[in-house]
Design a protein around this ligand. Sequence first.
Ligand code: BGP
Length: 473
Amino acid sequence: MPLQKDFLWGGAIAANQAEGAYKEDGKGMALVDVLPSGKQRWDALANPNKALNTTYDHYPSHEAIDFYHTYKEDIKLFAEMGFKVFRTSISWPRIFPKGDETEPNEAGLKFYDDLFAECQKYGIEPLVTLNHFDTPLYLTTEYGGWRNRKLIGFYERYAKVVLERYKDKVKYWLTFNEINMLLHIPFFGGGLMIGEDENADQVKFQAAHHQLVASSLATKAAKEINGEDFMIGCMLAAGEVYPYSCHPEDMMKAVHDNRKQYFFIDVQSRGEYPSYTNRMFKELGVDLEMEQGDGELLKQYTVDFISFSYYSSRLTSADPEKYKDDTAGNAFKSLKNPHLEASEWGWQIDPVGLRVTMNNMYDRYQKPLFIVENGLGAVDELKDGTVEDDYRIDYMREHLKQMIEAVDDGVELLGYTSWGCIDLVSAGTGEMKKRYGFIYVDRDNEGNGTGKRYKKKSFDWYKKVIETNGEQL
Ligand code: BGP
């Protein structure tokens, strides 16, 4: 078995999709808290300005699965599955409700003290994302989100507070969830509202620069607080972009599209803007404002490891005609790959693509990788107190096989956390209907239901996988 003995098996959630309690104990509004579910969610994400002035019937993140109150019961179930690691995020507006305060909210800090202590009780290592789509709303409405350089300072203050507070409880940290999401869903990724008369690329890449500097500053703070005992990672929404055909123009398009997503990690891992950005920015009309010292910071404080989500590979073509037949994916649209099947939401299923992605990322960075999201969103049916989710088991089995192949190919891999190890609110649809978990939560799209937890068939399956360190899939 190529996996190391202390391979970190586990599962992942995010504060804004699980905790609920959106105003409890002094928490401020996060930008996701103004988003409705279903089709309305995409309209709101496309036009956040309008969404801010609209009252919707239901905001799923307000209650989510109430993890804020049920975390003890839920972590006990994770421990029963044998989790070695549990990925969650800290809600920034629980710690700094508006985002620009000088003093943190003690009640918010206390919650994560208790949560991480509960993990420790079972020997589960927390893996903590500092910012998972929930920048404080106030920083968007008052400061314009990450387009404003002031956010670097606010984020740095927040990062310092939590890194210091949890230094004895948390070793693994991620600075931004799916940092490249900024380019695709700028409101989610950066609290950005972009006017029609603006050069959207200019706004997005400027905000990206601010996040990259902020990420380096968090890494700097981490090293000052806890030296090498902290492991700091970046996080990418990954998935290799394949060329539609062997036509050289399609191949070149794939090179460009891959660069666009790897751009963030190129900076965070190698410490400088790659040379291809010169031409890319010129063609996009992007002229970045940088301050003295930015370059040095980026150079000096690179990440220790590279984490990523993987749901699907992507397909691109140089021929715009081909885009008449595209399909959904994790925020990125892709052409339909005739060799692949897709989930109920149109996300194409490509286990071998995971091996391709891992090999290419490792070749590119030569740093340890960590798969921190992977899984199948599906409609589950609760019957006789369980869900027969063989489709989920099949999906995961095939991906884990390819993950192990990649490790055998020579890729260094720290661990694997499946996405949504307990059902939670979907980021893309805002619904409960799209479920990923090993644990079913009795709550529907409108927020109805008892909230009771039920083990799905995949629960025992994953337990066995962990117990045998991946030998029995
Ligand atoms: C990633 C996010 C997660 C998560 C996942 C699945 O983009 O980091 O927050 O939700 O995708 O996406 P969805 O919930 O839209 O199915």
